[in-house]
Unconditional design. Sequence first.
Length: 229
Amino acid sequence: MQPSPTSQSASGPVTISGPVIASGPVTISGPVTASGPVTLSGPVTASGPVTLSGPVTASGPVTAEGPVTISGPVTVSGPVTISGPVIASGPVTISGPATASGPVTLSGSVTASGPVTLSGPVTASGPVTISGPVTASGPVTISGPVIASGPVTLSGPVTASGPVTASGPVTLSGPVTASGPVTASAPVTHLSEVAQASCLCPPAASAVNCTHSAEVDGVAPGQPTPARL
């Protein structure tokens, strides 16, 4: 597929093993499988499953209604909206807004500088770095390091076994379980009681390190957050 200023559409299964460059709108209603580099500078709309094993670079809006599976690096500078499951094992970099309403599974590093809104379950085992606001209403499970410098709002259960560092405000309305270090330099607000874990950290008897430089649920800076059992 060569560069073209006109729209490009496909309604049947599409399999691509060579590089793809598209500068016009792309609309796909059937399954898409691409193993070569893919570069898109125009709007992209896909209503069938999308499987990508090569690098993907998109600078226009991307909308996907079917499952998306990516094993190569992904770089997106335009808005991304996905209503089906997302599985990515390669690095993902997003500089525009991202919205996902299906389950999201990430095993490679994730870097997002635009707002991120997630309404389905999220599982991340690779490093996650976010400098824009994050809103998640489904369960979040993280086993790799997380660094967030923008506001974070989580209304579903959160389980983190890797280090968590937050320099922006954090609001939690669901249970939080953390077995790795938690460091917060901005206020942390918990809107509900926690059934089987402390607000941010495990009980004080645990050897896990938990520090914060701002007040957390009324606890003075430098003091551990107590368990609420």
